[in-house]
Ligand binder design. Structure first.
Ligand code: CUA
Length: 342
C-alpha cells in the first residue's frame, strides 16, 4: 500500500507539472499573438487574473486527481472481499468540501471583480489618444477624431500613451483583439463599445478579428504600430500636410487618372488631395507607408499589390472590392500612383 502511495506521489508531483506549465507558457509567449507576452498594463492585469485562476485550477486538478486515483487503486475490489461497511453522510467532510471551494471562489472573485470594473471604467488619465475603430467586412478603419486623420488596418500609436478606443461596426459583429495589448472587445452594429490600452514598448503588435463575421473572418487582421512619441508626431504632421496631390511623373499621372475615372477605385476609396473621396473601402492616403495590404494579409510589395488588383477575391475570399478589368499597363500605372502616396 505504502509503495503504491509513493508512486502516485511521484507521478503527480507538482514539480514536473509546474515546469510543464511554465514551459508551455514560455512557448506560447513566443507566438506573435500571445496573451502570455503582455506589452502593457491592461494585458498584464488580464494575464495576472488568468495566471491566478490557472494555478488554482491546476492545484485543484492535482489534489482531486491524486486522491481519486489513489482511492481507485487502494480500495479497488478484490476477489473474495466482503461487502464494505455501509456509511451515510459525514458532516465534517461535507463542511470541509463546502468551505474550501467557497474560500477558493472568494480568492478568485475579489481580484476578478476589482479588475473587471477597473478596466471597464474610462482610462485613469486625461491625456489620451482617442481613436474611433470601425469594423467592416473584412478590414478595419481607424479614425483619429482629434487629429483629423483616417487610416486603415494599421493603427499607429505613441509608446506609453493611453489609447482610448470607441468601437463601432459598419455591418455585422466583429471583435477587436490585440492579444499582447488587451483582451477582446466586441464591435457591434448600432452600438458604441469602449476600451483602452497602453503599449509600453515600441513595436508591431498583431491584431485579429475574434468574432466570426463571414467568409474572410480569418483574413480580417490588423496591426498596432507603437512608435516613440516623436516618430508618431512626424507621421501625424506628414498626414496633415497632404494638400493637392501632384504626380511626380507621367506614369503616376496615368495611375491617378485611372484611380479617379468613373467606376473604378475612387468610388470606394479616399485619398486626401485627390478627387477620390469614397467612404466604402479603406482610406489610402498613406498607402505607401503601410507595411501590409488586404487587411494585414500580404506584405506591401508591388508584386503583392499587382496580385491583389488583378483578382482581390483570389487573395481574400469574399472581398467586396470588385475585380476590375485592368490591363497589366493599368496595374503598373496604379501601382506607381499608390506607391507615391506617402
Ligand atoms: Cu470581423 Cu471576424
Amino acid at each position: 500500500m505504502v509503495r503504491s502511495g509513493n508512486k502516485l506521489k511521484r507521478i503527480f508531483s507538482i514539480v514536473p507539472l509546474a515546469s510543464a506549465v511554465a514551459w508551455a507558457q514560455g512557448a506560447f509567449a513566443q507566438a506573435p499573438q500571445s496573451v502570455f507576452a503582455p506589452a502593457g498594463p491592461v494585458a498584464q492585469t488580464q494575464l495576472n487574473l488568468l495566471s491566478l485562476t490557472l494555478w488554482i485550477a491546476i492545484g485543484i486538478f492535482v489534489v482531486v486527481g491524486s486522491i481519486l486515483l489513489y482511492t481507485v487503486i487502494r480500495f479497488r475490489a478484490r476477489p473474495g472481499d466482503p461487502i464494505p461497511k455501509q456509511i451515510q453522510g459525514n458532516t465534517t467532510l461535507e463542511v470541509i468540501w463546502t468551505v474550501i471551494p467557497i474560500i477558493i471562489l472568494i480568492v478568485i472573485a475579489v481580484p476578478t471583480v476589482r479588475d473587471a470594473f477597473g478596466l471597464a471604467s474610462p482610462p485613469p488619465v486625461d491625456d489620451v489618444l482617442n481613436v474611433r475603430v470601425i469594423g467592416y467586412q473584412w478590414w478595419w478603419a481607424f479614425e483619429y477624431p482629434d487629429l483629423g486623420i483616417v487610416t486603415a488596418n494599421e493603427l499607429r500609436v505613441p509608446v506609453g500613451k493611453v489609447v482610448n478606443l470607441t468601437l463601432e461596426s459598419n455591418d455585422v459583429i466583429h471583435s477587436f483583439w490585440v492579444p499582447r495589448l488587451a483582451g477582446k472587445m466586441d464591435v457591434i452594429p448600432n452600438r458604441v463599445n469602449t476600451m483602452w490600452f497602453v503599449a509600453e514598448e515600441a513595436g508591431i503588435y498583431y491584431g485579429q478579428c475574434a468574432e466570426f463575421c463571414g467568409t474572410s473572418h480569418a483574413n480580417m487582421r490588423f496591426r498596432v504600430i507603437a512608435q516613440p512619441e516623436n516618430e508618431f508626431h512626424a507621421w501625424v504632421e506628414g498626414r496633415r500636410a497632404v494638400e493637392a496631390f501632384s504626380p511626380a511623373n507621367d506614369l503616376v499621372a496615368r495611375g491617378q487618372a485611372i484611380f479617379e475615372s468613373t467606376g473604378t477605385c475612387f468610388a470606394c476609396h479616399n485619398v486626401d488631395g485627390t478627387a477620390a473621396n469614397g467612404q466604402v473601402g479603406p482610406d489610402l492616403t498613406d498607402f505607401a507607408s503601410r507595411t501590409t495590404i488586404a487587411a494585414g494579409l500580404l506584405a506591401n510589395t508591388p508584386e503583392n499589390l499587382a496580385r491583389w488588383l488583378r483578382d482581390p477575391q483570389a487573395v481574400k475570399p469574399g472581398a467586396l472590392m470588385p475585380r476590375l478589368p485592368l490591363s497589366d499597363d493599368d496595374i503598373q500605372a496604379l501601382t506607381a500612383f499608390l506607391y507615391s502616396l506617402e
